[in-house]
Every structure is written in structure tokens, then in C-alpha cells.
Design a protein around this ligand. Structure first.
Ligand SMILES: Nc1nc2c(c(=O)[nH]1)N[C@H]1C(S)=C(S)[C@@H](COP(=O)(O)O)O[C@H]1N2
Ligand SMILES: [Mo]
Length: 256
């Protein structure tokens, strides 16, 4: 064990015993309330360590049944990317869409929608929790990101998966992007979703492909994914914090 680790652990346990014991008592119920996500703003290091103490990172997010589905799955953030290339792809039913996979991989590739749909898939009914204070339950089907990674073969230095999106977020033209580590990328519930509630993913929810990162808050689940990049650090990408909202103060690790 590294020197200093027991101290840090004691500190974490004290933190949990103080206010954080709420985290242990009813994560599920609490995460449906709008104030709960604000508790997560206690620093990324601490948040991630607490998460590791409370639940293993290989544990599964809760899954629901068809009876639990929200009548309408809302759209939040971008609902139709203001980008001419994206609009042209959408007008063509995404027949010309290609998901580029580049960076620290042995075999860079470009996947059509049909090729993504041919990868090993997973269907899951999960709850999406937005930091703005709403939740919704939807049924997602998509390619397992682990299966795509097996095809492109990340090289040894690769640590993070970056999702580059089609939608410009401001007048400067900064586009939405997000990132997760390889552990989350290979998690069985991490999928490149192309269906919502048994229908092709609507444009409002990220067509043709959006990621689902079920054990983290909604903003990690990037919509309109155009390119996936494997990197050893995200320090040189955009604002350097690993995501569009992270560059503006959100936590990179948004475990729920
Ligand atoms: N490309 C892109 N991805 C995005 C967003 C966005 O604006 N652009 N918004 C995020 C936020 S804050 C949430 S809550 C969810 C919303 O997904 P939905 O539109 O399917 O409800 O997408 C996330 N992924
Ligand atoms: Mo959100």
C-alpha cells in the first residue's frame, strides 16, 4: 500500500460518517431529487474515491422494467445540431454517417450505422439523471463500446475515450465533447445507443448514435457522436478538462 493511503482512507471514512452517510443510505431515492447532484461538487478526487468505497466501479447501474418507462423521454441540451454536415446526414437518413475511431489504436476505423448495428449489442432500461434536476427512464439498445474497442485495439498508453459531437454549443463554434476512462468504456452497460424505446434514436436524443454511461450523470452521455478518440490525457483537447461542461466547471467524474 502506498504511504499516506491509510490516512486518506480514514479521512474519507470520516467524511462519509459526517454528511456523506446520506450517500450510503438511499443513493437511489436521493439521486431523483434536484439538490442531490450538488452534493457531488465536493471535488473530483474525493468524489471518485468515495464512489470506489461505496460501490465497485464494475457494479451495474439499476435496471428497470417496461412498466417503469417514462411516458416521454425528454430532450435536453441540443435538440437539433446547427451544423450543415450533420443536417445533410440527417436528411439522408444517416446512410452516409461514419463514426470515425482514431488516436491511440492499432486499427483506426470508420463504422457505418449498419456496421455499428452488427456489433454485439445490449438492451437496457435505465434511469437518466440530469444535473438540472430531472430524471427519466428509457429503454436503450446499442453496440457495446467494449466490442468496438476490441476491433480497433487501443494501444498500451491509451487511458481515455473521448467522444466528439456534431453540435456547436456557442458562437465560437465549440462543439460538445465528453470523455470517460477505459474502465467505464468497457463496462457492460456502456453502449453506443442507436435505439430509444424500440425505435431508431430520434434527432432530439442524439441520432444516429449517442453513448450511454449509466453510472454517471446525464451530461456524460454524449449525443450526436461523430468521432471517438483514444488518448492518454485530454489536457490538449478544447479547455483541457475532458468535456464541454467540465471546461465550464462540472465534475469530470459524475458518478451517481
Ligand atoms: N452532444 C450533446 N450531448 C449531450 C448534450 C448536448 O447538449 N449535446 N446534453 C447532455 C445533457 S446535460 C443531458 S441531460 C443529456 C440529455 O439527453 P436527452 O436529450 O436524450 O434527454 O444529454 C447530454 N449529452
Ligand atoms: Mo443534463
Amino acid at each position: 500500500m502506498e504511504p499516506g493511503k491509510p490516512d486518506r482512507r480514514r479521512f474519507l471514512m470520516r467524511t462519509l460518517a459526517a454528511g456523506g452517510s446520506l450517500l450510503l443510505s438511499g443513493c437511489d431515492r436521493l439521486s431523483q431529487t434536484s439538490w442531490f447532484p450538488r452534493l457531488l461538487g465536493i471535488g473530483e478526487q474525493l468524489n471518485e474515491s468515495v464512489q470506489r468505497l461505496v460501490t465497485s466501479r464494475t457494479s451495474m447501474a439499476q435496471e428497470f422494467t417496461a412498466a417503469d418507462l417514462s411516458p416521454v423521454f425528454p430532450s435536453n441540451g441540443t435538440s437539433n445540431p446547427a451544423d450543415s454536415h450533420y443536417r445533410a446526414l440527417a436528411a439522408g437518413g444517416f446512410a452516409d454517417y461514419r463514426l470515425e475511431v482514431s488516436g491511440l489504436v492499432e486499427r483506426p476505423a470508420a463504422f457505418s450505422l449498419a456496421q455499428l448495428q452488427a456489433l454485439p449489442a445490449r438492451t437496457q432500461i435505465t434511469r437518466h439523471d440530469c444535473v438540472e434536476g430531472w430524471s427519466a427512464i428509457g429503454k436503450w439498445k446499442g453496440a457495446r463500446l467494449a466490442a468496438l474497442l476490441d476491433q480497433v485495439k487501443p494501444t498500451v498508453p491509451a487511458r481515455y475515450v473521448v467522444f466528439h459531437c456534431a453540435d456547436p454549443m456557442n458562437r465560437a463554434g465549440d462543439r460538445y465533447y465528453e470523455s470517460i476512462d477505459l474502465e467505464d468504456a468497457r463496462h457492460p452497460q456502456t453502449i453506443l445507443a442507436y435505439e430509444l424505446n424500440d425505435r431508431p434514436l430520434p434527432v432530439e436524443n442524439g441520432a444516429p448514435v449517442r453513448v450511454r454511461v449509466e453510472r454517471q450523470l446525464g451530461y456524460k452521455s454524449a449525443k450526436y457522436i461523430m468521432r471517438i478518440e483514444l488518448v492518454d490525457s485530454f489536457g490538449s483537447i478544447a479547455g483541457g478538462k475532458g468535456g464541454y461542461w467540465e471546461d465550464r466547471g462540472y465534475e469530470w467524474f459524475a458518478g451517481i
